[in-house]
Design a protein around this ligand. Sequence first.
Ligand code: CA
Length: 233
Amino acid sequence: MKRVLVVEDEASIREMVALNLKMAGWEVVEASSAERALELMHHGETCDAALLDIMLPGMDGLSLCETIRRENNEIGIIIVSAKGQESDKIRGLSIGADDYITKPFSVSELVARLEALTRRIKRGSVPAKPAEEPEQLISGPFVLDEKSRMLYKNGTAIDLTQVEFQIMELFFRNPGTALVREKILEGVWGKNYFGDVKIVDVNIRRLRMKIEDEPSSPQHILTVWGYGYRWNG
Ligand code: CA
């Protein structure tokens, strides 16, 4: 069964969310603070996904996101921001969240997003059919190993989240091709994703920090103005 960590200090919201997720077939681990969430995770609670409210007493949801992501690249993270806090969303995505949802949200939307997120992550761990044997994609100094889901640059491993890995996969399979942001969004987040393309830009920014020698003048992930991005291996 899929497990999700729900971190929210307001008991009524947390319980409502937990109840609905349980009805949708999820196992739910609840925490009323970031500190409690970390305690649970450090005591071996493994979850497929985490839903983190930003506004928490003590450590906030963004710091929690950063801490979890530092220790775990596998878990899918959705942050919950208050309405209109655009900068929180962008900051959340740039420090490792995979998606965000704005309060007040509908539970069905939340469930849909969680399902989409874990489907994407699962897709990576399901053994490939013989016909599509995982392979090593090589481009310039980079090797993308689909079996271990690792990226190497000049032989050195670069830590990627599952979402970042999938963007790289898309680039490696379409070298030299200008990819419109909507296509990247669809290719990585799925056809029915209802977030906006800004999430692509934020992930690209994060990827550039990881793979470019000089993220401010990228040589590999090139911007195609007014359109999207192009991979140059
Ligand atoms: Ca809260």
